[in-house]
Design a protein around this ligand. Structure first.
Ligand code: B12
Length: 415
C-alpha cells in the first residue's frame, strides 16, 4: 500500500512538474513597469481617433484602470459598421465587445458566413494568410463551438498540409483557435476531432518552440506575447522545453529599455504579463470592481534621449515594378537624435520629391503604403519593407528610432 501511495505521489509530482514548467509571474519589483505599460496603452485611447479593438481586449483582460477610455472604446465599437472589415478585424471587434459584455449576435452571424465561404490559401501561400482566419475561428469557437467544427476541420487540415514557411505570430493565434476547439469537442462525438486538432496543434507548438531563442524570446520581442499565450494553454507538449520565467524576465528587460511604447505592442504583451490569454475573454467580469489606477509617480518611464543632430542614410529601392520605373536612390538626412524614422522620411521628402511617400493609419501606427508613386498591393502581395543594413526592422516608421549613420533602406518587395 505504502509503495502504491509513493508511486501515485511520484506520478502526481511528475504531472505537476510538466504543467508548472510553463507557469511564471511578474515579481512585486517588476509590477510598476507592467502597470506603467497599461497606463500608457489606456492613455493612447483618448489621444487617437483610431478604434483599436485589441486595446479593449487587453484592458478588459487586465482589469481596466481608465474607465473613461474603456467606455469610449466600447461605445465606438458598438456604433461601428462591420461592412468594410476583414474577417480578422471583425473577429477582434467581436472579442473586444464580448470582453465588455456587449451583444455581438449580428456581427457573429456575418463572421460565421464569411468563414463558411473561406477559401483556404493555395499551397505555398505566406504563413500570415492564416492570421485573420485564426482570429475568426478563435472568436467563432467562443461563440458557438459546435457550429464552428466544419470550418475548424478545414482549417486544421490545411494547416497540417501547409506547415511551412512558419510565422510565430500566426502560429500562436492558430494555436489559441485550435486549443479552444480542442477544449470544446462535443462529448460522444463520432468523428475523431481530438486527433485532428491535436495533430495540428502539435505541428504548431513544435514550430513555435523551435523559435524559442537562448534568451527566452520567441520569434521576436513583438511575437513573444502571443506565443506565450499559445504555449501556456496548448494541450500538446512542445518538442523544445519552454522556460516561461526566462521569457517573462527578458520581456521585462525589453520593457525597461523602452521597446514597448507602441500601444498595440502593449495590447499584445499585457495579457501574458497578467497571466491571461484570449481564451479568457468569455469569462471577463464586467462588474465595477477594478483596481485603483496607479498614479504616474508610481511607475518608471524610459529616459528620453538628448536633442543633438544625427545623420541617417536613407535608400529607396524598387527593382520589382514597372521596367521604366525601377530606381535606387540614396540620401543623407540630418534629424534630431531620438527622432522616429518617420521624421527621416519627411525630411527626405522635403529635400527631393522622388522621396515622396504616403501612409495609412493601422492598429500598429502608420503603415507606409507608397513611395515615389509605387504603391503596395494586397492582390500582388507587394509592400515596402524597411531594413537597417540587411536586417528587416522590427518596428514601423512611427516608432523605430534610427541611430547615427544607420543605413535604412525601403525596399519594394513581395511577401
Ligand atoms: C500580415 C503582417 C504583415 C503584412 C500585412 C499585409 C497583409 N495583407 O497581410 C506585411 C507583410 C505587408 C507586413 C509588413 C510589415 N510588418 Co507586419 N505583420 C503582419 C502580422 C503577421 C499580422 C497582421 C494582421 O493580419 N493582423 C490582423 C488584422 C485583423 O489586424 P489589422 O490591424 O487589420 O492588420 C493590419 C496591420 O497589422 C497592418 N500591418 C501589418 N504589419 C504592420 C507593421 C506596421 C509597423 C504597421 C504600422 C502596420 C502593419 O497590416 C495588417 C493587414 O492590413 C503581424 C503580427 C502581429 N502580431 O500583429 C505583423 C507585425 C504587425 N508586422 C510587423 C512589422 C515590423 C512589419 C514591417 C515594419 C516589417 C519591415 N521590416 O518592413 C512591415 C511594415 C512596413 C511598412 N510599409 O510600413 C511587426 C510590428 C511590430 C511593431 N512593434 O511595430 C509585427 C507585430 C510582426 C512582429 N512580430 O514583429 N506585415
Amino acid at each position: 500500500m505504502a509503495w502504491l501511495t509513493l508511486y501515485l505521489l511520484n506520478v502526481l509530482w511528475a504531472v505537476a512538474g510538466t504543467s508548472t514548467q510553463s507557469s511564471c509571474s511578474v515579481t512585486p519589483e517588476q509590477q510598476p513597469w507592467v502597470d506603467g505599460l497599461q497606463v500608457l496603452m489606456e492613455k493612447s485611447v483618448m489621444k487617437s481617433d483610431f478604434t483599436n479593438p485589441s486595446i479593449l481586449i487587453a484592458m478588459n483582460l487586465a482589469g481596466a484602470y481608465n474607465l473613461e477610455a474603456q467606455k469610449l472604446l466600447t461605445d465606438r465599437l458598438v456604433a461601428s459598421d462591420s461592412a468594410d472589415l476583414t474577417s480578422g478585424q471583425l473577429a477582434l471587434n467581436i472579442l473586444a465587445l464580448t470582453s465588455s459584455c456587449r451583444d455581438t449576435g449580428r456581427k457573429v452571424s456575418i463572421l460565421q458566413k464569411n468563414m463558411e465561404n473561406w477559401v483556404p490559401p493555395s499551397p505555398g501561400a505566406e504563413a500570415s494568410a492564416f492570421y485573420g482566419p485564426s482570429l475568426a475561428i478563435l472568436t467563432l469557437c467562443q461563440k458557438n463551438s459546435e457550429a464552428t467544427i466544419p470550418i475548424a476541420v478545414r482549417f486544421a487540415k490545411t494547416l497540417i498540409r501547409e506547415s511551412s514557411p512558419f510565422n510565430v505570430d500566426t502560429g500562436a493565434v492558430a494555436t489559441l483557435a485550435l486549443t479552444c476547439m480542442y477544449n470544446r469537442i462535443p462529448v460522444g462525438s463520432q468523428e475523431n476531432y481530438r486527433d485532428l486538432f491535436g495533430e495540428a496543434l502539435k505541428v504548431l507548438v513544435d514550430n513555435i518552440s523551435l523559435k524559442i531563442k537562448a534568451d527566452g524570446i520567441i520569434g521576436d520581442i513583438y511575437s513573444t506575447g502571443l506565443a506565450m499565450q499559445a504555449l501556456s494553454v496548448t494541450p500538446e507538449q512542445p518538442i523544445k522545453k519552454w522556460d516561461c520565467q526566462k521569457t517573462m524576465d527578458m520581456i521585462l528587460n525589453e520593457i525597461k529599455q523602452g521597446k514597448f511604447q507602441n500601444p498595440m505592442s502593449i495590447a499584445q504583451i499585457l495579457p501574458s504579463l497578467k497571466g491571461k490569454t484570449y481564451l479568457d475573454v468569455p469569462q471577463v467580469n464586467c462588474g465595477p470592481d477594478n483596481g485603483v489606477p496607479p498614479t504616474p509617480a508610481d511607475y518608471p518611464t524610459p529616459v528620453p534621449t538628448s536633442p543633438s543632430n544625427i545623420t541617417v542614410i536613407y535608400t529607396i529601392n524598387n527593382q520589382l515594378k514597372g521596367v521604366d520605373l525601377l530606381f535606387n536612390k540614396t540620401m543623407e538626412v540630418s534629424v534630431k537624435r531620438g527622432s522616429v524614422l518617420l521624421v527621416v522620411l519627411e525630411e527626405a521628402q522635403c529635400k527631393d520629391s522622388m522621396f515622396k511617400f504616403e501612409t495609412k493609419m493601422t492598429s500598429w501606427g502608420l503603415f507606409v503604403t507608397s513611395i515615389n508613386n509605387i504603391a503596395e498591393n494586397v492582390n500582388h502581395k507587394t509592400y515596402w519593407e524597411f531594413l537597417s543594413g540587411k536586417t528587416p526592422l522590427d518596428e514601423g516608421v512611427s516608432y523605430y528610432v534610427p541611430s547615427n549613420y544607420e543605413h535604412i533602406t525601403a525596399n519594394f518587395t513581395q511577401y
